[in-house]
Structure formats: C-alpha cells, structure tokens
Ligand binder design. Structure first.
Ligand code: HEM
Length: 405
C-alpha cells in the first residue's frame, strides 16, 4: 500500500496489528461485521448529488445511526474505539474504511486498494436519508437501481455481492437467519459456487422469505438469488465460481472504489500518485545507510538529502536508526557534525536515546547525552530513557543517564 505526502504519518503494519487485535480476540471474531460497517458507510452514496459515502463517518448520527439496515453495527465501532484513541491523527471515517479492508485480508481475501484522507463531520447535517441501502427482499431491478445510483455496473454488483462469502444473517437484526457458506470466516469464492451448485428452495419458517439448501443449514437472500435468475448477472456469477483469482481481483477493485465514494480525491487509490522527488529518494537512502552505520555512504548521500527529514511512516530520523543499532561513529557524525536534533520523537514517542538505552549501547548513549538530549521526554508507554534502561536491565546505561540528569 503506498502513501503519498497528504497521507497521515502512520505505520501501516502497526495499525493493522492494532485493528486485528481489536477485531480478533478471545471474545470475538468480528471481521465480517467490520467489513459490513465499511460497506454500509459507503453504500449510501448518490452520484447524482455527491451525498452519502464513507467521508464524514455520518453513521454516528441520527438518522443514519438508527437506519434498520445498520442494526447491530455499532458494536464494531465501539471495538475500534481504543485504536481510534491511539491514532488520533486518523479520522473515524478512515478507520472504519481501513478496518473493513484489513478484515477482508485477515479472512484470507485480497487487500483492497486504500488511501487515507477522510474527515469526520461534527454533526448529522450531512447524513444521507435512511433507506438507501439495498432491501434483501427485492430482486434484480432493485439491485441495479441502488448500485447504479452509487456508480456500479452489473459486473461490480456481482463482485461486491461476493462479500456474502463471509458472515451470516441474524434473525434478531434483519429477520433473516443463517450463513451463505460453510466457512463463514473464510473469504473465498464459495458463495458463487453455492449459488450455482446447490438446489435452493424457499425456507419453511415464520421469518422473512429466504432460500435454504436441502439440509436446511445455509441461506440465500432474494437479492442473492437474483444474481442467478437474471441472465446478465449470472454470467459474472459463473465466471467467479470458476475463477477465484478473478473474483479477488474484481472484488478488490470494486470494494476499493466503494471505500472512496463521496470522498476527497486524496482517498482515491486510482488517482495519480506523485512520484518521489530526487531529494526524498536521497533522504530515504541516507536513513537506510545510517541504519547500517556506513559512514562513507552517509557522507555521500548527505550532499543531496535533507538529513533532518523523518520517515513518514515511523517518524524516525537517521539518528534514531543509527542509535538503535549502536553505530557509534555514525551517531557521532549525525549528532555532532550534522547536528541532528536528538529530541525528535518517533511515532512511539521514542528519542534516539530511548533506542540506545533500551539496547544498552553505552557509547552511543554518551554521545546523545553530550548532544543535549532532553532526559525527561517520555515515550507512548510513559517511559523516560532512564526508566527504559532499567526496564531492560541495562543498569550501567541507566546510571550513566542518571548521572547526566
Ligand atoms: C447486494 C445487496 C445486499 C443486500 C440486500 C445485503 C443484505 C444483507 C443482510 C440482510 C445481512 C444480514 C444482516 C444481519 O442479519 O446481521 C447482510 C449481512 C452481511 N453483508 Fe450484505 N447485503 C448486500 C450487499 C453486501 C455487500 C456489497 C457486502 C460487502 C462487500 C456485504 C457484506 C455483508 C456481510 C459481511 C454480512 C455479514 C455480517 C455479519 O456476519 O454480522 N453485503 N447483508
């Protein structure tokens, strides 16, 4: 996943882990529902007037919050609450959309193309009216009406419907009951295979009209059945049932598009990505060689790079990188000759001294103390460099820092 300059400084892999821990834990496996939250926030879009869509995170407000179609979705938004607090630079709108994408990946599906840049509305003024999401009791005409309004064609409607390869219906929420596949936590093309291979019949029960298989365990909604009843839809169902790779490719593209409906252009993964300037490339190379402690190469790249620049995804500068690995001469060059600011804190709040202290690089610690590092700076765990050294059993380093303070 690429990031451009207007993207927030976020370590994507770390954010993914946080989302994973929030959605998948001993209490729950909330990936299907996270994916549905994201789809319902995008699925309100109307291309005629640009209203609705994932921007604004309007599902927090009336009337959207109490749209019947959104029953039961607030639980995922609450699950993501702590992630939201930890990453205040990301909007809720971005977090819901991102969580939906990574949930698909966690379930074995493709990672849809994604970019940050959505903002949160402060009230429900821009909420779309309720009733824009599809009604499962209807057929092909209704599907076209709803999805064409968002800007999707037949092929995209079928690909997106493959989202029902995971999750299930809950009678208490929607009046429908059951899962579409035998592995509802695995994202694959079995939804399309089931549509074609199983003999579906109306379910004999008191709930909403739905279809069931001969063993009365799985379900298909009337809108799902419309995909095989309508000849133009059916062609795509057949293609996806036969070719999972094609399904993943088309689903990924359509879901990525769904996630940036109603959003500023910066959220559009297909928009042109500005190419990195020569200076940015030199900066990246400079930090890379600092990490390896290659003094000769550092001197060479320093001629063209902005040596003070921090890495956008981690907030770390060359001093962090050299200090982490204990490269004494590289740290001396950076701190004393190039005068890099030793008080720069990365996204975890660590200064270069935190890094050196954690690993007990005593000589590097001394150089950073001499360079005037502020000893009171705390990282996101609330630790100063000295406390961190004690935590990691580097008593000599802790003493050295204590003496300097
Ligand atoms: C084509 C029109 C669609 C209709 C009529 C529809 C309808 C429904 C209904 C009635 C439920 C059951 C809700 C419940 O009882 O908890 C449901 C669940 C679900 N839908 Fe759809 N849906 C549609 C499209 C989509 C799309 C485009 C996606 C994603 C790409 C999607 C993903 C899901 C998922 C993952 C669940 C399961 C959630 C859970 O396990 O709690 N749906 N859908």
């Amino acid at each position: 996943m690429s990031q451009t300059t207007n993207q927030p400084a976020v370590n994507i892999e770390a954010l993914k882990s946080e989302v994973r821990a929030a959605l998948i834990n001993q209490k729950s496996f909330a990936c299907p529902i996270a994916m549905r939250v994201a789809w319902h926030s995008g699925g309100t879009y109307d291309q005629a007037d640009g209203s609705g869509g994932t921007d604004g995170a309007t599902m927090r407000f009336e009337p959207e919050i109490s749209d019947d179609a959104n029953a039961g979705l607030s639980i995922v938004r609450d699950m993501l609450h702590l992630v939201q607090k930890k990453y205040p630079q990301i909007s809720q709108a971005d977090l819901w959309a991102f969580a939906g994408c990574v949930a698909i990946e966690f379930m074995g599906g493709p990672m849809p193309p994604f970019k940050f840049g959505r903002t949160d509305d402060s009230d429900g003024k821009n909420c779309p009216p309720n009733g824009r999401l599809p009604d499962a009791a209807q057929g092909a005409d209704h599907l076209r009406e709803v999805f064409n309004r968002m800007g999707f064609n037949d092929q995209e409607i079928v690909a997106l419907s493959g989202g029902h390869s995971v999750g299930r219906c809950h009678a208490v929420r929607s009046g429908f009951d059951g899962a579409w596949t035998n592995n509802p936590l695995e994202f694959d093309n079995s939804y399309f295979k089931n549509l074609l291979e199983i003999e579906w019949k109306p379910k004999d029960w008191d709930g909403n009209f739905q279809y069931t298989d001969p063993t009365d365990t799985l379900l298909m909604l009337p809108t799902d059945m419309a995909l095989i009843e309508d000849a133009a839809f059916r062609v795509h169902v057949e293609k996806y049932a036969a070719d999972q790779e094609l399904f993943f490719k088309d689903f990924s593209a359509a879901y990525g598009k769904l996630m940036c409906l109603g959003c500023p252009e910066q959220c559009d993964p297909s928009a042109e990505v500005p190419t990195a300037s020569a200076k940015t490339i030199a900066g990246e190379e400079f930090r890379e060689v600092a990490m390896h402690g290659s003094l000769g190469l550092m001197r060479r790249f320093a001629k063209t790079a902005d040596v003070h620049e921090v890495e956008p995804t981690s907030g770390r500068n060359a001093l962090h990188k050299a200090a982490f690995w204990g490269h004494i001469e590289a740290v001396r060059y950076l701190a004393t000759e190039l005068k890099l600011d030793p008080n720069v804190q990365d996204l975890m709040g660590d200064t270069a001294l935190h890094d050196a202290a954690r690993f007990g690089h005593a000589e590097v610690v001394q150089i950073l103390l001499d360079a005037g590092t502020d000893l009171h700076l705390t990282n996101s765990a609330g630790m100063t460099p000295r406390v961190l050294a004690i935590e990691y059993g580097k008593d000599d380093v802790a003493e050295r820092i204590g003496a300097a303070g």
